[in-house]
Write a protein that binds this ligand. Structure first.
Ligand SMILES: [Zn+2]
Ligand SMILES: [Zn+2]
Length: 246
């Protein structure tokens, strides 16, 4: 089946995201946009994953767990996992390794976990934007070690990307795909950046507002709507595939 996916969505938990990015609103908008696979990738947090998965299932949408982790080099990376055990492992890894800087909501924005009625159930008091003390290779190694998928985010962007921070995509970096923004094409990126052959590219919205959800997406040809088939498609194992992003 052809599955339309947006795997980079921020919820209200991200300090920079709109307060309208509640779990309920995210899922409603994803359904309106015809998405069948989503991932809520807040900055350095997975805490909205379980509620959004539950709500998404009611619309026939599968929600991967994950986070947009900020590495020691200030490189944003999508870390995607599936089971509750994996999510908790990723969350613990982040909490153990994030630089603890108190959040000032007036400057950076609120960082709240809400329930299905949009009531606040938790507020995170340290800044979720902060970098981890772990470098990108260590984060990639950790994510792969728990069976997750590791994708450097918006690699063409002039901020918080592997190219902006390191100047290039290191040949030794163990990534499963690269995410490009809507501002470039695969060919244009490859022209300017030598990368490993057979690198898979995906595109997502990096939504911070509801009306951005699904405006950039990738289509996957999956045998079934599952993390296993998504992972097969990204890793080029099995018969599920990523449809070309241009
Ligand atoms: Zn980012
Ligand atoms: Zn993002």
């Amino acid at each position: 089946m052809i599955v339309k996916a947006d795997l980079h969505i921020h919820s209200v938990l991200s300090p920079c995201a709109d307060l309208e990015m509640s779990p309920v609103n995210i899922v409603m908008r994803a359904a309106e946009m015809g998405l069948k696979l989503i991932a809520v990738t807040d900055h350095n947090s997975t805490l909205h994953g379980p509620l959004i998965r539950t709500l998404a299932e009611q619309h026939g949408i599968y929600c991967l767990y994950g986070a947009e982790v900020n590495t020691r080099e200030e490189i944003h990376c999508l870390c995607l996992v599936d089971t509750e055990d994996q999510r908790q492992s990723l969350q613990a890894f982040i909490e153990q390794n994030i630089t603890r800087i108190p959040n000032n909501p007036d400057i950076f924005g609120y960082q709240v976990v809400v329930n299905e009625h949009d009531e606040i159930v938790q507020e995170i008091d340290y800044l979720l934007h902060a970098a981890l003390v772990k470098g990108i290779d260590e984060v990639a190694g950790f994510v792969h070690g728990i069976g997750g998928v590791f994708i450097p985010a918006h690699v063409d962007r002039p901020k918080y990307s592997v190219t902006s921070q390191l100047g290039f995509v290191p040949p030794s970096l163990s990534y499963d795909a690269l995410e490009i923004s809507r501002n470039t094409t695969v060919d244009a990126f490859k022209r300017n950046n030598p990368i490993k052959p057979n690198t898979q590219f995906i595109r997502n919205s990096d939504s911070h507002f509801p009306n951005q959800i699904g405006t950039s997406f990738t289509e996957y040809n999956l045998e079934s709507l599952s993390f296993k088939c998504f992972k097969d498609s990204i890793l080029n194992t099995g018969s599920s595939t990523v449809l070309p992003v241009i």
